[in-house]
Design a protein around this ligand. Structure first.
Ligand SMILES: NC(=O)C1=CN([C@@H]2O[C@H](COP(=O)(O)OP(=O)(O)OC[C@H]3O[C@@H](n4cnc5c(N)ncnc54)[C@H](O)[C@@H]3O)[C@@H](O)[C@H]2O)C=CC1
Ligand SMILES: CC(=O)C(=O)O
Ligand SMILES: [Mg+2]
Length: 625
């Protein structure tokens, strides 16, 4: 905090420079700031978001806590109250940073500038914003979503202009039930919530993680046609353990270490109770929570609330669809999936989610009994930061335990506890190498060379970590070593690779964006009170079936993002069918449960389509209250 106050001083060199620049040496800025203090109050006839969107009265993050309470602003701004001097300092730092970021950007040097332009449009005119996004989804998904959204989150304190979404902080304990009414919409269909603890592969970004909730909801609107007036991005700020942010005077979040244990749970419990009290039909998508909490929260809420965890469950479904595609791409039937040898690098929320789902899918194919379930686990080798996970691992993570390899059997394979990824690939000769490690370049030359020994007729590489710089390898690296007889998918988009022999190495994007919008939309329209395993499985299978035999044989295992609205419609329809099948569907608006049960698969698709919002200007009429 000492550093923070130091930066409030008007002696800040940046502010001094700014004053000289604006006034030609006279202290106009500091005069107008100091005289503000003694002014009589201004009467306003607005509250809440109306005031934040009014350039005459808006003070942004400088609204004091008492003003926030007086004007129903609590929760509509990041929790850190800052002075006007710091606001200007942050703006100037950001302005200067643009040149640097332009060089630093991921694959598109203008990505951040494009994001700013789109964001300004988003603030001005939502209909136009979504029209632009939907019509150009292939070009702008990498701007509003991965990879650029990662850069945006990293720089969010500087990029912050107008608030979007709600902030619930550790300081708001006891207040959430009333704060939730500060949000202006009476109907909210989708909430994407994060605590900022693991944003993509970028680690703990604290309050700045709100950017990922905003980006995911952009896809809900663009792909699933959820009405943008009914989405709510949420940041739960329980502090951050990111030292750089804790020391940054311009940081917008609570400058304290993360809450943990029961204190942490109490905040999340209070948030869930508050949002489901105001909006009983809302669906809450948990996003980018560190693994430590991702599984616990999922278990805690999944049978009582309409919620799911995108990183655990959405990613698992996309990976299953991709893995089944990789089997078909070998010219084999999907039922051969249980014979695949799969090496997974990364045993966090995403990796474990994929492993559990893949094991269950194999078990179902092998007879859906306990013997099948036990035998399926022998198809997986899991490597984390400490190397190959075995039963000999000390303090093994309970979520990884079911996949720990038996030491005696490993000995026969020439492997041991902690064996390196390259050793594992060399010995196992897997069909699939799948990365959810957040370690860029993990699939090194040595690892890729080892994969050349794969016993598969067409090995597959899934470098699923985000954003771009965290991908385990690039498609160029993979194709240059393994040749074109291989399947490649990455979490963030890459271009196809020209192999120089008249062949093109196809780069698939294996990202949960192909599932979460349809899971949310299908759950909403079915009226199911929970998101069941069966609904998630149905979503994954529909995505897998979406690709034709011809496409798959060409190595195209995921559709192009330009088809995302159509895929989402299919996925949502599959989720509804399964909810009906499991007797979970309670209906939505005029479509009651009985009528929903009577619909044919084609009628379900029509029902989904008719409920998707399209960005068209409505006719407006003014009337006195
Ligand atoms: N493509 C997609 O749709 C999705 C991608 N992801 C990505 O997956 C990555 C991981 O996410 P989480 O599982 O939540 O993170 P996490 O931090 O919980 O897990 C990372 C795992 O990687 C392991 N690891 C670290 N260094 C390693 C190394 N050198 N070799 C092997 N393993 C290593 C860690 O021990 C840990 O088990 C992130 O980059 C995220 O962006 C996550 C969800 C969806
Ligand atoms: C895609 C996604 O959810 C992630 O990288 O965390
Ligand atoms: Mg995520």
């Amino acid at each position: 905090m000492a550093i923070f106050w130091k930066h409030l001083k008007s002696s800040s060199p940046l502010l001094q420079r700014l004053k000289r620049h604006v006034t030609g040496g006279h202290c106009l800025l500091s005069r107008s700031f100091t005289t503000l203090e003694g002014h009589r109050p201004t009467i306003v006839h607005k509250r809440s978001l109306d005031i934040l969107h009014d350039p005459w009265f808006n003070k942004g993050t400088a609204f004091s806590m008492t003003e926030r309470d007086r004007l129903d602003l609590r929760g509509l701004l990041p929790p850190n109250v800052v002075s006007s001097e710091v606001q200007i300092e942050r703006f100037m730092v950001d302005l200067k940073r643009l040149e640097v970021q332009a060089r630093d950007g991921p694959s598109d040097p203008n990505a951040l500038a494009k994001w700013r332009i789109l964001n300004r449009l988003h603030d001005r005119n939502e209909t136009m914003y979504y029209k632009v996004l939907i019509a150009n989804i292939e070009e702008y998904a990498p701007i509003v979503y991965t990879p650029t959204v990662g850069l945006v989150c990293q720089n969010y304190s500087g990029l912050f202009r107008r608030p979007r979404g709600m902030y619930f902080s550790a300081e708001d304990r006891g207040e959430m039930m009333s704060m939730v009414y500060n949000w202006p919409a009476d109907q909210v269909d989708m909430i994407v919530v994060t605590d900022g603890s693991r944003i993509l592969g970028l680690g703990d970004l604290g309050v700045q993680g709100i950017g990922i909730a905003i980006g995911k909801l952009d896809l809900y609107v663009a792909a699933a046609g959820i009405n943008p007036q009914r989405v709510l991005p949420v940041m739960i700020d329980v502090g951050t353990n990111n030292t750089k942010l804790l020391e940054d005077p311009l940081y917008l979040g609570l400058q304290q270490h993360r809450l943990d244990g029961d204190d942490y749970l109490a905040v999340i419990d209070e948030f869930m109770e508050a949002v489901f009290t105001r909006w009983p039909n809302v669906i809450v998508q948990f996003e980018d929570f560190q693994s430590k909490w991702a599984f616990k929260l999922l278990q805690r809420y999944r049978t009582t609330y309409r919620m799911f965890n995108d990183d655990v469950q959405g990613t698992a479904g996309v990976a299953i669809a991709g893995l089944l595609g990789a089997v078909r791409a070998q010219g084999r039937p999907m039922i051969d999936f249980p014979k695949q040898k799969i090496v997974v690098a990364g045993a966090g929320s995403a990796g474990i989610g994929v492993l559990n789902a893949a094991r269950k899918t194999m078990a179902r194919m092998l007879g859906n009994n306990e013997v099948a379930f036990q035998s399926a686990k022998s198809q997986f080798w899991v490597v984390d930061a400490k190397g190959l996970i075995t039963e000999g691992r000390e303090n093994i993570d309970p979520d990884a335990l079911p996949f720990a390899r038996n030491l005696k059997e490993l000995d026969r394979q020439g492997l041991r506890e902690g064996a390196s990824l390259a050793e594992v690939v060399k010995q196992v000769k897997p069909d699939v190498l799948l990365g959810l490690s957040a370690v860029g370049g993990l699939f090194s030359k040595e690892v890729l060379e080892a994969l050349k020994g794969s016993t598969s007729t067409r090995p597959a590489i899934f470098a699923m970590s985000n954003p771009t710089k965290n991908a385990e390898c690039t498609p160029e690296e993979a194709f240059s070593i393994l040749g074109d007889n291989m399947i490649f998918a990455s979490g963030s988009p890459f271009s196809n690779v020209d192999l120089g022999n008249g062949h093109i190495g196809h780069c698939n994007q294996g990202n949960n964006m192909y599932l979460f919008p349809g899971i949310g939309l299908g759950t909403l329209l079915s009226g199911s009170r929970i998101v069941s395993d069966g609904m998630l499985q149905a979503a994954a299978e529909r995505l897998a079936a979406y690709m034709s035999e011809e496409e798959v044989l060409k190595g195209v295992i995921f559709p192009s993002i330009s088809r995302i609205r159509d895929i989402t419609l299919e996925v949502a329809a599959a989720v509804i069918e399964e909810a009906v099948e499991e007797d979970l569907a309670e209906g939505y608006h005029e479509m009651d449960a009985r009528e929903l049960r009577r619909l044919s698969p084609d009628e379900i698709k029509d029902y989904v389509k008719n409920n998707m919002w399209n960005p068209e200007y409505p006719t407006l009429v003014y009337r006195h209250e």
